[in-house]
Design a protein around this ligand. Structure first.
Ligand code: ADP
Ligand code: NA
Length: 344
């Protein structure tokens, strides 16, 4: 196997919830532990968070929480480079260079931008978009994302289906740079998406939407640090249905019940149909007890690790410093070449 350079990022959103863990972060740990030849680079992308309003105090705490959480779930700084994006200014330098070879039309075609535009349409006049509500970062952050990846000459990027378009843009930008600034060898590999198997966890309170940190009701999500009692209480209060007494997997007709089965399957790394079969004779109460117990078993170690690590700020600072040094070492070599090619 050819060694790969794998890059992935996550925003400093604080303690991850079960959706973040099952849908994205657990896959990072899997990748790290699977192929000893792969180079892995995991970044907490603070600059991306600034595209939305942030409370500075909360952002600072969330940034530390996310680093502690990555270590707690098993990201090993001896094996992977784990660092804060905002501790390596070369991300913004490369983003600027790449933005100057990226047509604005391409950025305006991003689904993420179109969604923002739609949200800012005048309620009375649909044709009127108030762009004064949209900061420039919302338009250009896909270029920063490309810089995050290309700065380390990453070859593979684990992403969800929703990020496919952004990765496609990163490939386009890499290709465009390679053609515009030819050298003795190709500057940037075209990064390949490693599409994470879809494990979409839904809100416990509103199973028509995904589990999210931004939902108002904190009981709609389970955090990696929730105690056994908190997990039990949240799962017990989860919305199900009274369509049938037993348990069946039917996401369309029984989204709440099916979500619990999906969580159970994901926690045990089992097939959901198989889990549904095993649980068919259960009441909702019995299913919920089973789900709460499976979640507790899954998070027990990360939870304990998180508390241990978060109580040791010196250790956390050291990991952040070492990660930044390692990241800058790789990107310095790349930027020396980039600058030479563009003539600066
Ligand atoms: P949130 O929706 O809580 O704001 P983010 O948008 O910050 O979460 O997502 C961070 C990562 O976690 C992304 O890779 C995203 O795909 C994944 N993720 C977020 N919510 C879920 C969910 N409910 N189920 C599965 N994966 C999720
Ligand atoms: Na979100």
């Amino acid at each position: 196997v050819t060694p790969r350079t794998i890059f992935s990022g996550i925003q400093p959103t604080g303690i991850p919830h079960l959706g973040n863990y099952l849908g994205a972060l657990s896959n990072w740990v899997k990748l790290q532990n699977e192929n000893p030849q792969d180079k892995l680079i995991f970044s907490i992308v603070g600059w991306h968070a600034l595209t939305l309003p942030q409370n500075p105090k909360e952002l600072s705490a969330s940034r530390r929480d996310m680093l502690a959480a990555l270590l707690a779930i098993g990201i090993d700084p001896k094996r992977s480079i784990v660092f804060h994006q905002d501790s390596n200014a070369m991300h913004t330098e490369l983003a600027w260079i790449l933005s100057c070879i990226t047509p604005t039309g391409k950025l305006r075609r991003m689904t993420s931008w179109k969604t923002r535009l739609a949200e800012s349409r005048n309620a009375n006049d649909e044709s009127e978009v108030d762009e004064s509500l949209l900061n420039a970062g919302l338009l250009t952050y896909p270029v920063l994302q490309a810089a995050d990846i290309l700065l380390y000459q990453a070859t593979h990027v684990p992403v969800g289906e929703d990020q496919r378009q952004h990765l496609e843009l990163s490939r386009d930008i890499a290709d465009s740079f390679n053609r515009t600034f030819k050298g003795s060898s190709r500057m940037f590999p075209l990064p390949t998406a490693l599409i994470t198997p879809a494990k979409r966890i839904l809100s416990l309170k509103d199973p028509s939407s995904k589990m999210s940190k931004s939902a108002v009701d904190p009981a709609s999500r389970i955090l990696l640090t929730d105690s056994a009692a908190q997990i039990t209480a949240k799962v017990r209060a989860a919305v199900t249905d009274s369509i049938a007494s037993g348990v069946t997997y039917d996401p369309a007709a029984r989204p709440g019940t099916s979500n619990l089965l999906a969580i159970l399957a994901a926690c045990a790394d089992e097939d959901v149909e198989q889990v549904a079969e095993r649980c068919a004779g259960m009441s909702h109460g019995e299913l919920k007890a089973e789900v709460a117990s499976a979640i507790d078993i899954l998070v027990a170690r990360p939870r304990a690790e998180f508390h241990r690590i978060r109580a040791d700020p010196g250790f956390l600072d050291q990991v952040a410093r070492d990660g930044a040094t390692a990241a800058r070492e790789v990107s310095t070599r790349v930027m020396v070449q980039v600058r030479a090619r563009i003539g600066l």
